[in-house]
Ligand binder design. Sequence first.
Ligand code: UD1
Length: 363
Amino acid sequence: MKAVLVVGARPNFMKAAPLMREFGRRPGIEALLVHTGQHYDENMSKVFFDDLELPAPDIHLGVGSGSHAQQTARVMTAFEPVLEEQRPDVTIVVGDVNSTLACSVVSSKMHVPVAHVEAGLRSFDLRMPEEINRMVTDTLSRFCLTTCADADENLRREGVADERIFFVGNAMIDSLLFYLERAARSAVLGELGLVEGGYALVTLHRPSNVDDPAQLAGLIGVLGRLSERMPVLFPVHPRTRAVIDSANIALPPGEGVRLVDPLGYLDFLQAMRHSRIVVTDSGGIQEETTVLGIPCVTVRENTERPITIELGTNVLAGIDPPGVEAAIAGALDSEKRPHTVPPLWDGKAAGRIADVLERHLSK
Ligand code: UD1
């Protein structure tokens, strides 16, 4: 079986790494890694290849940034000849970024079956580009590989036949569990003068939080007040950094809020594991904090990962700064919530994915 595995942006790399490792162990599988180049900065891409021991991409499409249409179109145009030449038995796409959508469309039109890792997640919010990417990708996927039962339900409700749905667990958690021990050797906390359990970790990059300078300034104000209780570590996504710089957003005085460049995978894992609280608008971090049992305040109106609220440590705060501030105070001042790790978030998802693909596609 020949597979093309597509990665494009930061949240894809930790889902692809366990798959590449698993495929490498199976003589019946030949896997080619294609990097679209949606993310290209050293600290958004290269450091993840190093930390996650991902092999260098076999093919790099080098598409870079642009509007949604431009970026998607560039990935499609560059990916088509790759499929022409390689003629794989399956294209594997992960997550919900523009590269995921672009490659599923190209692949389907060339009659190469698509396998979607992390299928079926829905925020039911079509203002999110990721929701559109998820819906289109799942509609086209022969193999909808899901992380939780509610994703299976979402797919069924959209008319996806049971034969296309495979509950395999969470490949991102494969990486988390695999690298936790190695992350413990990271020196990041010492370098930043942070003590275990004594700081907040923040990430913000969603358009709804960062594209409007007034909204972002409001959230940064909340972080300033939080920093009166504990240091706040804030690794800043390039999209967020661009708005802070161009709109000249005032940063809280003093050293309380530490804005640093995006961290690598192992440093981030270490920083997350030992934080007192995480404040984020990321999708993946809601899942990682659920497994680690770290209180997570999600700065969004909705989540495509409700299981992190039902079983995990996540709370939805909305995006209004006063509501976010109240949710943070609530999480800090109440007892830690009991949490359960969701079924099949056990470090073995990649093996189950490889089993599904081999069962259906091996010649
Ligand atoms: C993308 C994904 C989002 C994911 C996020 C994680 C889509 C629609 N969105 O959003 O789901 O949560 O990645 O990071 O695919 N930039 C750089 N260097 C880089 C990459 C981006 O400077 O290496 C800047 C560019 O100016 C670009 C902006 O960041 O315009 C946004 O990048 P883009 O890939 O369009 O989307 P993200 O906001 O990163």
